[in-house]
Structure formats: C-alpha cells, structure tokens
Design a protein around this ligand. Structure first.
Ligand SMILES: NC(=O)c1ccc[n+]([C@@H]2O[C@H](COP(=O)([O-])OP(=O)(O)OC[C@H]3O[C@@H](n4cnc5c(N)ncnc54)[C@H](OP(=O)(O)O)[C@@H]3O)[C@@H](O)[C@H]2O)c1
Length: 266
C-alpha cells in the first residue's frame, strides 16, 4: 500500500488526510504528518488514530512514495530538503508557488502542482492539477485517485492554466459566499426571518447548481426559463445588469488571475 507523508497539518493537510482515509484509499498507519506547532501535533495524534506525527520532514523515514505539501506559501523557503533516498512524488497545493520554486526549495524532482478549494473539506471540492514530465503514468493514476477523494479533479497539461483555475475555482467559493451573504441580507431587508433566509438562499444556490449540472443546459437557457416577460425575475435581473454584476465578476476573476501570476513571479 502507498505510504504518504503530509507536510503541514493545517486545514488543507487535514482535509486530505480525512478524504483519503474516509474512502479507504490509504490506511491511517500508512500516513505520516509533519507539523511545526506542538499543540497541533497533539491534536493530530488524537484526531487521527494511528497516524505517525513528526515535527519536521527531517525525521521522516524514507518510505513514502507520495509527499503532500500543504504548508503556507511563505513557509516554502524554510523547508528542509527531502532526503534524496526517498525520491517521492511531491504534490504541492501552495497557491502561487511554481513547480520550479517547489523543486528548488524541496529538492524534489517529480512534482505535481495542484489547486484544491475549500469545499474539499466536505468531499465536494474541485482540484486542478498538472505534473512534471518525470511523473510516470502509474503515478499520475495514483494522484488522480487521491485527488478524487476530495471531490472532482481536472488534469491540465500547461502549468499556466493553474493560475487561471486558481482565480475561478480556487477563489470561487469566496465569490459565492459573498453572493450568499448579500442574498441573505437582502431577504432580511424585505422582512424575512434570518434563519429562514439562510435556508432558502443556501438551497437556492445548491439546487440551481445541481439543476445546471444534471440538465447540462447553458445557464442562459436556465435563466430564461424563470424569466417571464414583465415578471418578478425580469425586474430583479434588470437591476443586476444595470449595476454591472456580470462585468464585476469578469473583472474579479481577471484581478485574481493577475494576482496569482504576480505571486508566482515573487
Ligand atoms: N485554504 C484554501 O482554500 C486553499 C486552497 C488551495 C490551496 N491552498 C494552499 O494550501 C496551503 C495550506 O493552506 P491551509 O489553509 O491549510 O493553511 P494552514 O491551516 O495554516 O496550514 C499550514 C500548516 O503547516 C504548518 N507548517 C508550516 N511550516 C511547516 C513546516 N516546515 N513543517 C511542518 N509544518 C509546517 C503550519 O504551522 P504554522 O501555523 O506555524 O505556520 C500550519 O499548521 C497554502 O499554501 C495555500 O496556498 C489553500
């Protein structure tokens, strides 16, 4: 069975541990986690019964065929080099850190750069990934099975696509949460109870998304289906278009993409 080391036992590291073990893809005893914060190490030992907890990647035995790197991007420079003897495939999820930077800091040659998003925490995430040519087809199949446990995944051949995808699905949950928050505010503003407002807005977002997924219809067609001439939806949509919500979203994604590229150049 594959032995995996997770470096950085924070939110995204534990999301990965939970996902791969819940789906029985990896046994807890085949997982190691490196974490610098002592209280967090204690918490990891209690939360994940049987996992091997280390303070530093330096004390990892060279038995892991996959290393999942989930420290914050600013901690990349301070990482110790992985032991050459282990030569694992390294999956980096560091936002804005290029494959070349990850290779230089960790000494790993075979690198997968992946970009998950926060709904991965409930197995409903979207992860885009790419790999260096040296990652074999068997290893790619394994990476794909591992990432599948957190939701949907998409392989791309070109690393520059990762910065674009970061701006859409990586940052996307925050855009959706802003819209959800505003719709709840709006519902309360016209006199609905906050808890009812929250339920109806969340179900409207989930239902609309799953409706679009299951029908495969273009969103414009689905939008037209609920818009009768001179009706309530037409009145609401007209305000959204006047206030340029569509172009605000287009500009938001373009700004996030530009920022992702800038972070990669720093
Ligand atoms: N959150 C997201 O939606 C998301 C999505 C895609 C990608 N990412 C990427 O995922 C990475 C992790 O994000 P996160 O939200 O999980 O952050 P986080 O909760 O802060 O987790 C990072 C953990 O790694 C620890 N750490 C730092 N340096 C270490 C080292 N040398 N050895 C072992 N452990 C170390 C940190 O300790 P300290 O607290 O002491 O630093 C922290 O506990 C980031 O690079 C981010 O860009 C996040």
């Amino acid at each position: 069975m594959t032995k995996i080391a997770v470096i950085g036992g924070g939110t995204m590291g534990t999301t990965f541990i939970r996902a791969v073990t819940n789906r029985d893809l990896v046994k807890m005893s085949d997982l190691s986690v490196c974490e610098v914060v002592p209280e967090r190490r204690e918490w990891l030992s209690t939360e994940f019964d049987g996992i091997h907890v280390h303070e530093s990647p330096l004390s990892l035995p060279p038995v892991h065929s996959v290393v999942y790197l989930s420290v914050k991007p600013q901690d990349l420079g301070g990482l110790q080099k992985l032991t050459p003897a282990s030569s694992p495939v390294l999956i980096s999820i560091l936002a804005g850190s290029t494959i070349a930077e990850v290779q230089a800091s960790t000494g790993a040659e075979r690198v997968v750069r992946a970009m998950p998003n926060t709904p991965a925490q409930i197995g409903r995430g979207f992860t885009a990934w790419t790999a260096t040519d040296s990652v074999t087809s068997e290893e790619r199949a394994l990476v794909s099975r591992l990432l599948d446990t957190m939701g949907e995944q998409l392989y791309v051949t070109d690393e520059s696509a990762i910065d674009k995808i970061t701006a859409v699905s990586g940052s996307g949950p925050a855009y959706v949460f802003l819209i959800i928050e505003a719709m709840i505010n709006a519902a309360v503003n016209i006199g609905l109870r906050p808890d009812d407002a929250r339920r109806m807005v969340l179900q409207t977002v989930i239902g609309s998304s799953e409706f679009a997924q299951q029908t495969g219809e273009h969103p414009a067609v689905l939008k037209d289906m609920v818009t009768s001439p001179g009706g309530t939806t037409a009145a609401g949509l007209s305000v959204l278009e006047q206030r340029a919500v569509r172009s605000a979203l287009i500009d938001a994604v373009a700004a996030a993409h530009q920022r992702a590229e800038e972070l990669g150049r720093q």
